[in-house]
Design a protein around this ligand. Structure first.
Ligand code: ZN
Length: 315
């Protein structure tokens, strides 16, 4: 089936990283399998950070192992540094999501390295990937965080963002992903920065990772679409945040994003009714966590027949 917009579910990583209650491994596995069954083709399933820093990801290798058995699923994992990348490669991920914060203060708080030191880690990962046989080589996503503003430093100059995007592209990234880590970006800024980066990195694939802190998440998606972006991260139930980005709330809600895109005639390959049902797995495993979103309250009459739900399932 033709897909117009790729959605990467990041809830099991971005959503869980600030939740102190350990989500049982079996529940994570059930969540991942159920979303894949609903048609989600890529899931960022965990982060390869030291378990003593974020115990939530102590089971990263097991989670990747199970996710790899789900047919047709691209299994991504966040890797904050070279060591994390080594563990993720050993676990067999399909995609390494590396992140470099363009804010020095956020970068130091998050990974205790400056942006330039993070760039050196990225280059070391590329060098290691080149030693692997092609069939064992995961894709490497070059993610930039705090692109649209930092909770500590405030606004980041566009030129800084463009410089690091070019550096990741030149170093060997397979795509460049721009993250609004704190959710303070606005549609005009999205259009401006996507165009500025696009002008320098040519036709390399680009993605957006958006948070909904100020309620502009879906407006920013539309701005991204207008600027030519066809890949977005989102999180089921809008789980998410960053432990080192004070005030950042959840990611954009996967269910609402699918509803908007499918309503606009953009195919995601995702069955919205089945996707909404996956919320029950999270609610049961993490009963104290708030789940966000709108479309779970009920879809417009006949929407499912026309655009999603049984229509997609039957296709
Ligand atoms: Zn995020």
């Amino acid at each position: 089936m033709t897909i117009d917009v790729e959605i990467c579910e990041v809830g099991p990583r971005d959503g869980l990283q600030i939740i102190h209650t350990f989500m049982p491994t079996a529940a994570k596995q059930a969540w991942i399998a159920a979303e894949a069954a609903a048609g989600v083709r890529e899931i960022e399933v965990c982060s390869f950070v030291p378990p003593k820093l974020i115990p939530q990801f102590a089971d990263a290798t097991e989670v990747v192992g199970q996710a790899k058995s789900v047919s047709g699923l691209s299994v991504a994992a966040l890797v904050p540094n070279f060591k994390g990348a080594e563990r993720a490669i050993a676990a067999g991920v399909d995609k390494l999501s590396f992140t470099l914060s363009v804010s020095t203060a956020h970068s130091l708080a998050n990974v205790r390295k400056t942006p330039d030191e993070q760039l050196a880690e990225f280059q070391a990962i590329v060098a290691t990937l080149k030693t692997l046989p092609p069939e064992r080589r995961p894709l490497l996503s070059g993610g930039l965080s705090t692109v649209f503003g930092c909770a500590i430093e405030g606004e980041i100059p566009d030129a800084t963002v463009v410089r690091y995007a070019v550096a990741l592209a030149e170093a060997g990234a397979d795509d460049v992903s721009l993250a609004d880590t704190t959710g303070v970006g606005d549609p005009a800024q999205i259009r401006r920065l996507v165009a500025a980066v696009r002008a320098e990195i040519g036709d390399m694939p680009m993605a957006l990772h958006l948070h909904n802190t100020m309620g502009l998440g879906l407006a920013n998606v539309v701005a991204g679409l207008e600027a030519g972006i066809r890949a977005f991260d989102s999180s089921l139930g809008g789980l998410g945040g960053c432990p080192y980005a004070p005030g950042a709330t959840g990611n954009i809600v996967t269910e609402d994003l699918v509803f908007m895109l499918e309503s606009m005639g953009l195919r995601t390959g995702i069955d919205l009714d089945r996707l909404i049902a996956v919320r029950e797995i999270i609610a049961a495993a993490l009963p104290d966590e708030a789940l966000y979103g709108h479309v779970q309250h009920g879809l417009p009459k006949r929407w499912s027949d026309l655009r999603g739900g049984s229509h997609v399932a039957a296709a």
